[in-house]
Design a protein around this ligand. Structure first.
Ligand code: GDP
Ligand code: IMO
Ligand code: MG
Length: 433
């Protein structure tokens, strides 16, 4: 039995979707536990690319159960479009493959409007959100005025809750954000129109997971975003509004921490970030452009160019600690193929002080400059390599150094976007079977 959590170890887009797709081969159930359609997880099978925003990345494997846990926030329109897209491609032919917890909070039209209008109003101080209504939805969840997935299936409850909340939302939209108010009937008609199509997916994550564990299943918990975007442990306030670290899997799916067997953090061989906020190793030069071009670093959700920089060990150690990582999966190693030398940040300089730990204080973090070590590049194409021993010595040296710096084993190296471009060193599922 293995219950494995996959999290992003940086600022998102580390390649979580690809790794979840790979590991789904060894699991029977895949569970999303936080975030919403701010996520964009890319899977490449053969030459076919699929981007998933809400549905767990195990969905391309026939018969594997995909569960959307209570910690997720869900936009029903986006969810139905995603289902339709998958069905058209020949996936998800049996609706029983997919389940949504009744306690999932719904992203409502006012959440999206507030998100976008607030960003506009903030000007230079904006967060750079995805504009999908994520923050405002989590605010309402914690503020106990959220509308849940199960409410949508009870029209009278849905209408009552919408009526109770909309007056306040419209007041805020009109009087603070200078926006148009929203029409209650329109929202009600639109959302209740989705309800019957969604009814078949209603379930309860916690009991379903419990049953699966008792039946001897291996379960994969798929994180969205990344550890440095965590609402508590990330670069606040430039974060998302959910618990992206491994602990979030327990609250967001209803499983106790004692049942988790492994936590794998996904890290690129360099770093990217999309949206605003501190990024100590960011490159503003030609090298940054080179990484963006070689890695096709444009957002899978918004299409925005991603900011790029060298691998940051100080930040990665933060992810190792806040998640209790038992392994690192290193992705996009092939993007560094052409480089003569590769820089890695092993500490920060703040004034005269050398920092080896990621500062919690935002002002200090902003003033930090990276201290780099240089490692040799391999200057060859590794995209077709299948065995770890066949990777150039310089690649293996880079991996050894990352293990030594972080104190965490590198269990997998990814050398391209496709399934067959994956080199597993330690298989966390195989070990448990
Ligand atoms: P996620 O949000 O963490 O699932 O990552 P995204 O899908 O947003 O971004 C990762 C991008 O890198 C996608 O376009 C993937 O197809 C691609 N990718 C994943 N692993 C590799 C790899 O090892 N090499 C290359 N070149 N691309 C990769
Ligand atoms: P995946 O799962 C990268 C970023 C946004 C913004 C901040 C807050 O594909 O790795 P939000 O819309 O969540 O309120 O935006 O978080 N962000 C992501 N960056 N990958 C993601 O998801 C992200 N989801 C949100 O760019 O900086
Ligand atoms: Mg992404």
């Amino acid at each position: 039995m293995a219950n494995l959590i996959i999290v992003g170890a940086q600022w998102g887009d580390e390649g979580k979707g690809k790794i979840v797709d790979i590991y789904t081969e060894y699991a029977q159930d895949v569970v999303r536990f936080q975030g919403g359609n701010n996520a964009g997880h890319t899977l490449v099978v053969g030459d076919q690319k699929t981007v998933l925003h809400l549905i767990p990345s195990g969905i391309l494997h026939e018969g594997k159960r995909c569960i959307i846990g209570n910690g997720v926030v869900l936009d029903p329109k986006v969810f139905l479009e995603e289902i339709e897209g998958l069905k058209k491609k020949g996936y998800l032919q049996d609706d029983r493959q997919l389940m949504v917890d009744g306690a999932v909070n719904l992203i409502m039209p006012y959440h999206k409007r507030i998100d976008i209008a607030r960003e506009l109003k903030s000007g230079a101080k904006k967060i750079g959100t995805t504009g999908r209504g994520i923050g405002p939805t989590y605010e309402d969840k914690v503020g106990r005025r959220g509308i849940r997935f199960a409410d949508l299936l009870k029209p009278e409850t849905f209408k009552r809750k919408l009526h109770e909340v909309l007056a306040e939302k419209n007041f805020y939209l009109e009087n603070f954000l200078d926006e148009q108010p929203l029409d209650e009937q329109e929202i009600s008609d639109e959302y209740l129109g989705y309800a019957e199509k969604l009814r078949c997916y209603l379930g309860r994550a916690s009991t379903e997971i419990d049953r699966a564990i008792k039946a001897g299943h291996n379960i994969l918990f798929e994180g969205a975003q990344g550890s440095l975007l965590d609402v508590d442990h990330g670069t606040y306030p430039y974060v998302t509004s959910s618990s992206t670290v491994a602990g979030g899997a327990c609250t967001g799916a209803g499983i106790g921490p004692s049942l988790i067997t492994d936590v794998i953090g996904i890290s690129k061989a360099y770093v990217t970030r999309v949206g605003e906020g501190p990024f100590p190793t960011e490159l503003h030069d030609e090298m940054g452009e080179r990484l963006r071009a070689a890695g096709h670093e444009f957002g899978a959700t918004t299409g925005r160019p991603r900011r790029t920089g060298w691998l940051d060990i100080v930040a990665l150690k933060e992810a190792v600690r806040t998640n209790g990582l038992t392994g690192i999966a290193l992705t996009k190693m092939d993007v560094l193929n052409d480089l003569e030398t590769i820089k890695v940040c092993t500490a920060y300089k703040h004034g005269e002080r050398l920092l080896e730990e990621f500062p919690q204080d935002f002002d200090i973090l902003r003033e930090c400059t990276p201290v780099y070590e240089e490692v040799a590049g391999w200057q060859s194409d590794i995209n077709a390599v299948q065995k770890y021993a066949e990777l150039p010595q310089q690649v293996r040296d880079y991996v050894d150094k990352i293990e030594a710096w972080t104190g965490c084993p590198v269990v997998l190296v990814s050398v391209g976007p496709r399934r067959d471009q994956t080199i597993q060193r330690i298989n966390p599922f195989a070990e448990k079977n």
